[in-house]
Design a protein around this ligand. Structure first.
Ligand SMILES: [Fe+2]
Length: 386
């Protein structure tokens, strides 16, 4: 069966790649960029640095620095207005997944009008919007190389998954030096998100030979370097490996889809504001254990590609090694339990059914090797509490 692969036109990869931003802009024949970023980037001086770099190539540079974490549709409106009124011809998405996801939605709405709800899955976004140059500053979401954005509906609190080739950034600048000052908590959460992308892409029902290669390479880069990159801020090799691993994991899942972990994780973000990578990590060992029996070879191969075992002759031993490592990573990277994060048990238990229904509606659980119904997801959420 043939697979359609969508990638950015240009990827500038490596330490110092940021300096190639003006060349990248010229290659896309853009002259009037607007930076889409957040207040953290503003405080770190990164917006100013990027703006200065852009001014070597163009005379008019806009800045929108009010991206919110886990963005909702209302948070985009001022930027859509700004981009439309000043006729910017491209967006520079600078930051983590929230900045890049916001820029994708802003480009779409500025180019084609409407509201985000109009564009959520199962609709496929094929429309071309003004180009985006994505500059990730975390090694995690891989959003710079995905055709996906997740925007919350401010009214209903639903995390809307939007998808299609029209959301793929035109270019990505993947410079690990931008991740050197990441706080350890952010490095851990985003890195665990990247590991989840690689594993879920590999076991997904939509996995294909192309996405497999990206997922395998991502696991090989991420597994031995995640802990080092979080604990040793000056470990350049580990930081570089994580940045590339995150990018490849993004390409893998964008072309194979994520699965049950992401499906069940999004409602935890919506209702309890657990950061995306952290809520994935909370669920990853549990969901892996639940799913293993339906793709035993694939999960064993994950253990192999993560360097945990040297062969998959004994599938059971491979599965145990994988589960042990996932639990170990959560412990060593101090991923809190739901209780420790401050989730109220009574409210959590009252929302089990709602969360399970929302997870199912996202479509992601359908890509899992073992597909649960709502009642089974309620059981999984219940198990995640203990
Ligand atoms: Fe993710």
């Amino acid at each position: 069966m043939a697979t359609s692969i969508v990638l950015p036109k240009i990827m500038q990869i490596g330490g110092g790649a940021l300096q190639l931003l003006p060349d990248t802009l010229a290659a896309l024949q853009c002259k009037s960029p607007c930076i889409i970023s957040d207040t953290t980037m503003l405080k770190l001086g990164l917006i100013e640095r990027v703006k200065t770099l852009l001014l070597t190539h163009c005379s008019h540079v806009g800045v929108f620095s009010d991206v919110m974490p886990e963005p909702n549709d209302q948070s985009l409106l001022a930027a859509v207005e700004l981009v439309g009124s000043e006729k910017f011809d491209c967006l520079i998405a600078l930051g983590g997944g929230s900045a890049i996801d916001s820029a994708k939605a802003i480009a779409l709405l500025a180019s084609h009008k409407g509201i985000m709800r109009d564009y959520k899955v199962p609709r496929i976004i094929n429309e071309h919007s003004i180009p985006i140059i994505a500059i990730p500053t975390t090694a995690g979401t891989g959003s710079e190389a995905t055709k996906v954005t997740v925007i919350t509906d401010a009214e209903s609190d639903e995390k809307m998954l939007c998808m299609g080739p029209g959301l793929m950034p035109a270019a990505a600048i993947i410079d690990y030096e931008l991740t050197l000052s990441l706080p350890p908590r952010v490095a851990a959460d985003t890195g665990l998100d990247a590991l989840t992308h690689a594993i879920e892409a590999y076991v997904s029902k939509k996995a294909n030979l192309f996405s497999d290669q990206q997922a395998i390479a991502a696991m090989k880069l991420i597994a031995p370097n995640l802990q080092l990159a979080c604990q040793q801020a000056d470990n350049l090799e580990a930081k570089e490996a994580m940045m590339l691993g995150s990018n490849l994991a993004g390409i893998a899942f964008s072309n194979a889809s994520v699965a049950l972990v992401h499906g069940m994780s999004r409602p935890l973000g919506v209702h309890f504001h657990v950061p995306h990578g952290m809520s994935n990590a909370m669920l990853l060992p549990l969901i892996t254990e639940y799913s293993i029996s339906h793709a035993p070879k694939r999960y064993a191969e994950c253990a192999l590609h993560m360097g945990l075992i040297s062969n998959i002759d004994d599938l059971n031993a491979a599965h145990q090694a994988l589960l042990k490592e996932l639990r170990h990573l959560n412990r060593i990277l101090k991923v809190p339990s739901l209780t420790d994060f401050g989730v109220d048990q009574k409210r959590y238990l009252s929302l089990l059914q709602t969360m399970a229904e929302q997870a199912l509606a996202s479509g992601s659980p359908a890509n899992n090797p073992r597909i649960p119904n709502v009642a089974e997801m309620v059981e999984l959420y219940t198990a995640a509490w203990s």
